[in-house]
Design a protein. Structure first.
Length: 323
């Protein structure tokens, strides 16, 4: 059973585009049991596309107006519901043979900074919140897309951001650290009562993108009992940072092996970024999961390790975070 840390099927459906990677009709054959389905409010068209070849250094996107973001997020919530997938509110909701969806918000700009609407979102099923995407908002600041580059790119959480983390802890909403800059990461680590989670990020030691996690960040995630979902975006996997689909699937295994060796196999999982990123031709979409699992076995991970990576680690973290 595969549980995955990030996909953008809702965004593509909201844009009335065909899915590239998350073909739900092939879910059962791929053993794909769902995971995080993101709501994400776009800014200027095309601004999110990283250049094909590294090095590159994109500016931070400008802030989004809250009122606009709130409207788009509601539209995307309606799209999420129209997919007709069972909503995840407990680890037990994930069972083989069906696709279960975690309602995840990527970037909190749709939330009012006084947090008056957070409980409403929780009631609507929100169980995971990424504080930022690659821009600043009322709560924190994301990293700009840069290669090579350190994730230490800007200021940490605002007072509203610190309050938001506390409110998420109280409600049992998972706080996602992917896209957050390093100061923000440490601010969350300093106050949260839940395991630290990066749903779709990789090892900075292997691919020096601002989007990836330094060894110190990985160590903190491991010590907290948390998890890193490995992002299949080739630009966040490859040592050269290039966004080219002619990339071996083994790059995913390379990051999983590195993180498992450094902080333990209990702290690494999948976070594909399907339908939101450029992935290897050898992976292609959810239908590529069995080949990745086979490559993990070939790399020496035993059955118990693979069960942790594919779903066990995610389920443990959901159990420790959700109420
Ligand atoms: Zn993302």
């Amino acid at each position: 059973m595969i549980i995955d840390g990030h996909n953008d099927l809702v965004l593509r459906t909201w844009r009335e585009q065909e899915t590239k990677h998350v073909d739900l009709a092939s879910a059962e054959a791929a053993d794909f049991a769902g995971g995080f389905f993101a709501l994400w409010v776009p800014g200027a068209p095309g601004a999110m596309d990283e250049p094909v070849l590294a090095p590159y250094n994109l500016p931070l996107e400008p802030r989004l107006p809250h009122a606009h973001a709130a409207v788009v997020a509601q539209e995307q919530l309606a799209v999420f519901r129209s997919l007709g997938l069972p909503l995840a509110t407990s680890p037990a909701d994930f069972v083989p043979g069906r696709v279960t969806a975690i309602l995840h918000m990527e970037g909190a700009e749709a939330l009012d900074s006084m947090l008056t609407d957070l409980v409403g979102w929780y009631r609507d099923g929100l169980r995971s919140l990424g504080l930022v995407w690659g821009r600043p908002n009322a709560f924190a600041e994301g990293v700009p897309f840069r290669f090579p580059g350190s994730p230490d790119t800007g200021p940490g959480l605002t007072t509203a951001g610190l309050r938001l983390v506390e409110a998420c802890n109280d409600l049992g909403i998972l706080v996602d650290l992917s896209h957050l800059n390093e100061r923000g990461f440490w601010d969350v680590a300093g106050i949260t009562t839940a395991p630290l989670v990066a749903t779709h990020s990789n090892a900075h030691a292997l691919c020096a993108s601002t989007r990836n996690l330094t060894d110190r960040q990985l160590d903190a995630i491991g010590e907290s009992g948390g998890v890193v979902g490995i992002n299949f975006a080739v630009g966040f996997l490859r040592e050269d940072g290039n966004n080219v689909v002619d990339t071996p699937l083994g790059e995913i295994v390379r990051h999983i092996s590195y993180i498992a060796k450094r902080i333990g196999v209990e702290h690494v999982a999948f976070g594909s970024d399907f339908d939101g990123a450029l992935v290897s031709d050898e992976v292609g979409g959810i239908q590529g999961f069995p080949a990745i699992v086979a490559a993990l076995a070939e790399a020496g991970f035993d059955e118990g390790d693979i069960a942790k990576i594919t779903h066990g680690n995610w389920l443990r973290v959901f159990g420790a975070t959700w109420r």
